[in-house]
Design a protein around this ligand. Structure first.
Ligand code: HEM
Length: 252
């Protein structure tokens, strides 16, 4: 793309625009013009996040599938698959910055979350059926408390995310709806961390300690990798922030 002077605008060529990731240079995590959107899943530090989430899912699936499958087995299988899909939903949308990219990205983000949420909901139904009947304490262990908080917050997040974009009239118009996007983004990262913490805490459940033998360190390292891959791709501008003279300031 050329400027009025005829000199190519390097930021535009690299697809960076006004965007700047939390770590790295402008354009390190910005979708390039004309590039297919699926490449966003591998852009910048995304391979670290992908390694983390696929290792995490492999640890859980490996632990469950190496024992006799019982009704309960579906709970960890479905929940780890749901978290994997939610991670893809974040990774595909993060690098978008032009209106067209954001439109496609939002549609894919919503679809990936739809499948992820269906998987998580099925995981919740399985554990509730499994724990139905007398003698089972509900939401007592750290894993269960974190998990319940995660389920509630991710479902609320999905409702707000869907309505703010597809039915902005509910918020009094597009401008009002857009004003809450940044809170949806912040809470998204917090809820993702909560989901990872829930899986880590599952390694302390009696099932894991006695049967599955999920290694605490392995799930913690894999979860940290997910965050190390996702957090540097956060675009300051999408939070209403900008970098100025080495400092992070609110955009005016
Ligand atoms: C995002 C992932 C996960 C979420 C949101 C989640 C959520 C929950 C919740 C809310 C409960 C409590 C149900 C109740 O008390 O009525 C529970 C129980 C349980 N979960 Fe998960 N879970 C997840 C992943 C896993 C994984 C990967 C394992 C692997 C072993 C696991 C193992 C268990 C076990 C053994 C219980 C029963 C014991 C207890 O209540 O602490 N979960 N889960």
């Amino acid at each position: 793309m050329a400027s009025a002077t005829g000199i190519p605008d390097l930021n535009a060529v690299r697809g960076a625009g006004e965007d700047e990731p939390l770590l790295g240079r402008r354009g390190d995590a910005a979708q390039l013009e004309g590039e297919p959107i699926w490449k966003n899943l591998w852009l910048g530090t995304a391979p670290i996040a992908q390694a983390g989430i696929f290792i995490l899912a492999a640890i859980i699936w490996g632990a469950i599938l190496s024992h006799d499958l019982i009704f309960f087995s579906a709970h960890p299988l479905l929940n780890s698959a749901g978290l994997l899909l939610a991670t893809q939903a974040a990774l595909i949308l993060q690098p978008t910055h032009t209106p067209a990219q954001k439109r496609t990205g939002t549609l894919l983000h919503a679809l990936l979350h739809l499948f992820g949420l269906a998987s998580l909901l099925a995981g919740l139904v399985v554990i509730e059926i499994n724990k139905a009947g007398p003698g089972h304490e509900h939401f007592a262990s750290p894993h269960a408390i974190l998990g319940l908080t995660f389920y509630i917050t991710i479902f609320l997040q999905a409702v707000v995310g869907f309505t703010q974009y597809y039915t902005p009239a509910l918020y009094g118009g597009v401008d009002n709806a857009k004003a809450i996007y940044k809170y949806h983004r912040v809470s998204g990262y917090v809820i993702a961390t909560l989901g990872l913490a829930t899986v880590c805490a599952s390694s302390w459940t009696t099932y894991s300690l006695n049967v599955g033998h999920i290694q605490h360190w392995a799930v913690i390292v894999a979860s940290v990798l997910v965050l190390v891959g996702v957090v540097p791709r956060i675009k300051l501008s999408k939070f209403g922030l900008r970098r100025s003279g080495g400092e992070i300031r609110l955009s005016t």
